[in-house]
Design a binder for this molecule. Structure first.
Ligand SMILES: [Zn+2]
Length: 255
């Protein structure tokens, strides 16, 4: 993949107590802040990441995007955005969800990555196309962008009132769906796929996991008071394709 990395957590392997058991990564859901910090460190280390080099968002179901080149400072209020974009290799971007669709994007050639939070409002507002646009402004090309969506409530489970389905479908027709029991529904990930295709991003794959159906994942619709999963995207600091000494994986670098 030329140095692009994508990862999605499940709910196991952390220290949080009921009802956030175990690996709750969300800091605004009522869990013990010390447990959340410990979980964020555990998750980062399990991915080979420095926990202090992970950028989190204050997600508000909007379409604003922040361009970042490092973690937020200790005295900085984390901005209210639903997408972060970086051209800094080695910096990990994280998105929190429990049913909403986490969207990870990377152009490994340009070295530009993005993480976006797309629930129903973010889908309609266009947060994912806004993230792609921000990536392009940093040198990414849509045809090179690799896109992954993570565990989220599926179109067969995400029941909504009929008027709500129609208002979503008016903005994003591909998101129109029906539950497995025959009532109006929204398929956010499918809507994201259509928005990405419209933006020229066709290298896309979708997690098969439905959070509402999986007991291994947090689901807000199922449990209300619960934890948050995280999706992480980052680019390795030196992709092999750019290293004149490659191949050899650094074994003969003489240092
Ligand atoms: Zn489902």
């Amino acid at each position: 993949m030329g140095g692009a990395h994508f990862a999605f957590t499940d709910r196991w392997g952390g220290v949080s107590a009921v009802p956030y058991e175990e690996l709750n990564l969300g800091g605004a859901v009522g869990d013990d802040p010390a447990a959340v910090l410990a979980n964020r460190a555990l998750a980062a280390r399990s991915l080979g990441l420095d926990p202090d080099r992970v950028v989190w968002m204050n997600q508000v179901h909007g379409r604003d995007v922040a361009v970042v080149d490092g973690p937020w400072g200790a005295d900085t209020a984390i901005p209210a955005v639903d997408a972060v974009v970086t051209a800094r290799r080695g910096l990990a971007l994280a998105v929190l969800t429990a049913d909403c669709t986490p969207v990870l994007l990377a152009d490994p050639v340009a070295g530009v990555a993005a993480a976006a939070h797309a629930g129903r409002p973010g889908l309609v507002a266009g947060v994912v196309p806004a993230a792609v646009q921000a990536m392009v402004s940093l040198g990414a090309e849509p045809g090179r962008i690799v896109a992954r969506t993570g565990p989220a409530v599926c179109g067969h489970c995400y029941e909504v009132p009929a008027e709500m389905r129609e208002s979503v479908a008016a903005a994003v027709p591909a998101a129109r769906a029906e539950t497995s029991w025959g009532t109006p529904a929204v398929d956010v990930a499918e809507g994201v796929r259509a928005q990405l295709a419209e933006a020229g991003v066709v290298n896309w794959s979708r997690s098969p996991v439905c959070t509402l159906e999986s007991r291994d994942h947090f689901s807000y619709r199922r449990d209300r008071v619960t934890g948050r999963l995280a999706g992480y995207v980052w680019l390795t600091e030196h992709s092999r394709g750019e290293d004149p000494r490659a191949p050899g994986e650094g074994k003969n670098d003489g240092s």
